[in-house]
Design a protein. Structure first.
Ligand code: 2RA
Length: 331
């Protein structure tokens, strides 16, 4: 299968290549795509060298599938051109997520919405992906009324410039290039992306709106506070989940443990709970600190951690492609 990775030299694009190789996705020809300034740059994929090409060159090569992580503007402009030559696009930007004609997919939750007609498929926001993987089995069993989520997000979600800012600040270099308005080392920033008129940031609105679409249930009420923290390994989230019905804690743990893509790490007596350093470079969603909210009936508290570059972006996109192949919808 001819596979293009658009944004192949970026943080997520690099992980997409790694995941494609690790999962032995049936790539017969890789087409690494980046901006003109990276044209000709050599990419090593499964022991073979490939040269970076431009978007126009990649379109002319008519890939079977194109994984995009190149920003919303590039996706808006270029994804339809790939689709027009028969390519199935799986886009990691926010460009298409809330488009009513496009599917927004986390395979463990709603892969069944996909059809052969879907030529541009949206990969959800990283902080949304890990949350809905954990919510899905509980929603199916107890029906979720409302979710209150607070996030603790890795600087890798912003990109290389943010990682460099953190590493510089940790070395005492406080006048280097800034990805954020403030120092991030020894600090937290309660703003991810820009503020909307309602006082919420775009990141918070993504979690609120994307969750409803992926879960296929507009009745689920969500509110979010998203926070940037000086961490590398992944995003962490504190979830407070109110159900229509009461639940049994043992059954909750069993449901989560039985869910594909979820690992329960929940042994507080022995200080066992999920942490970014354990989730880093893994593809699962790790849940722990599972406990009843004693302040409100039918309500659960839970802690959820995942590598935002992997399950939160690259791996989810590759899993969508794998699903399409397995159902004969591409290739
Ligand atoms: C972030 N979820 O963490 C956003 C985009 N990756 O910055």
């Amino acid at each position: 299968m001819k596979v293009a990775v658009v944004g192949a030299t970026g943080l997520v694009g690099t992980v997409m290549l790694k995941v494609l190789a690790e999962r032995n996705f049936p790539v017969t020809e890789l087409i690494p795509v980046a901006s003109a300034k990276s044209k000709g740059k050599e990419i090593d994929f499964k022991g073979k060298k490939y040269k970076v090409v431009t978007v126009d060159e990649a379109i002319a090569m008519k890939p079977d599938v194109a994984l995009f992580s190149a920003g919303g503007d590039t996706s808006k402009e270029q994804a339809p051109k790939f689709a027009a030559v028969g390519t199935t696009v799986i886009d990691n930007s926010s460009a298409w997520r809330m488009d009513p004609t496009k599917k927004l997919v986390v395979p463990e939750v709603n892969a069944d919405v996909l059809t052969a007609e879907d030529k541009i498929i949206a990969n959800p926001n990283c902080s949304t992906i890990q949350m809905v993987v954990a919510l899905k089995p509980l929603h199916d069993e107890y029906k979720i009324k409302r979710v209150v989520v607070s996030t603790y997000q890795s600087v890798t979600g912003t990109g290389v410039k943010a990682v460099d800012q953190l590493m510089n600040e940790r070395k005492g270099i406080m006048d280097g290039p800034m990805a954020y308005a403030y120092p991030i080392d020894l600090n937290v920033i309660p703003q991810i992306d820009v503020f909307q008129d309602n006082g919420y940031t775009k990141e918070e609105m993504k979690m609120i709106l994307e969750t409803k679409k992926i879960m296929g249930d507009d009745s689920i009420r969500v509110t979010a506070t998203t926070v940037r923290i000086p961490v590398m390994g992944g995003h962490s989230e504190a979830l407070n989940i109110e159900f229509e019905n009461d639940f049994d804690l043992t059954k909750v743990r069993e449901l989560l443990a039985a869910t594909s893509g979820v690992i329960v790490v929940d042994d507080p007596a022995n200080a066992k709970y999920p942490m970014p350093m354990d989730a880093h470079e893994k593809d699962e969603v790790f849940v722990g600190r599972i406990r009843r909210d004693e302040s409100q009936d039918n309500t659960l508290n839970m802690w959820c951690v995942a590598d935002n570059l992997r399950k939160g972006a690259a791996t989810n996109a590759v899993q969508i492609a794998e699903y399409l192949v397995s159902k004969g919808l591409i290739g």
